[in-house]
Design a protein around this ligand. Structure first.
Ligand code: MG
Length: 286
């Protein structure tokens, strides 16, 4: 899906053929957002680095997430696709997350025990787990479960003893399963993700995305639920790459450069360190 002009299609087709990729469906919208076409294209998952488009897709009921470029090259398993999901506000709705945020952890534990046998409502990525499950079942039906090239993981901050049962019972009620369920009871997700080395990890909370990102995991943010009130869909390291500043710097930059040059001239003898950093920021904006 791209908002490029249709003429770009020729180059895309040449590239797809060059790399031997199996991509048959295209959508080129000539500058307009492609989000309105996602349902018609039977989209199972929409990934983009544009958080606004991802938000639109989630609101349209499509499984979607914002991708962040990894800091370093990551070596991944070549013969197995590993997909890791957070639970609340990703596979499940944010109904329990709301209790954590508004009433605290103790109320959450009580609530989850009381409602242990009541399945949670579905979250934005449930249908993607469902799609993966359909592919997995083709292998399971051939009695080739261990040879299945898709492996799914639930990586949740819930704890197994108190609140984990409801998560597993919900998946069972949906007729879905994950290959591995990891209950971290509030421990950081980065270290375990570093062991799993998933091709993609989905979470609704930016601090988990940042933790995963820092430990070398490809993480994608699902902008859904109450957690969004607390964290925006932007990594701490790159807050200046996004946003509406793109148009303004054209006029502002020369002034800034001049003023910074003047400043650096004045400060030259004192601050050599800050002198080195300033040109990098200017390049980044261009
Ligand atoms: Mg969550």
């Amino acid at each position: 899906m791209t908002n490029n002009h249709a003429q770009v299609g020729v180059r895309l087709i040449n590239s797809i053929n060059h790399y031997g990729l199996n991509i048959e469906r295209f959508c080129m919208t000539g500058g307009k957002s492609p989000i309105g076409y996602l349902k018609a294209y039977l989209t199972n998952l929409y990934l983009s680095s544009d958080s606004e488009k991802v938000q639109e897709a989630i609101e349209a009921g499509i499984a979607a997430a914002t991708m962040f470029t990894p800091k370093q090259d990551i070596t991944l398993h070549e013969k197995e696709l590993r997909v890791a999901f957070d639970g609340d506000a990703v596979l499940f709705s944010d109904e329990s997350e709301q209790i954590v945020k508004e009433k605290g952890l103790d109320s959450f534990f009580e609530h989850e025990k009381e409602h242990e046998n009541k399945p949670l409502a579905q979250g934005p990525l449930k249908c993607f787990l469902e799609s993966l499950g359909k592919l997995q079942r083709k292998f399971h039906a051939k009695d080739a479960r261990l040879k299945c090239p898709i492996r799914t993981y639930l990586v949740t901050a819930r704890s197994a003893a108190s609140s984990g049962a409801r998560a597993l019972k919900t998946l069972r009620a949906w007729g879905l399963e994950v290959d591995e369920a990891l209950f971290l009871a509030g421990a950081p997700k980065g270290p375990i993700l570093n062991k799993i080395r998933p091709h993609i990890f989905f979470d609704d909370q930016m601090f988990h995305i940042e933790n995963a990102h820092e430990s070398g995991t490809i993480a994608a943010h699902v902008p859904y639920g109450i957690g969004q009130k607390y964290h925006k869909s932007t990594l701490k390291e790159e807050p200046k790459k996004e946003g509406p500043k793109k148009e303004e710097p054209i006029k502002e930059e020369p002034n800034k450069e001049e003023s910074k040059k003047e400043e650096s001239k004045k400060e030259e003898p004192k601050k050599e360190g800050s002198k080195k950093e300033e040109p990098k920021k200017e390049h980044g904006k261009k």
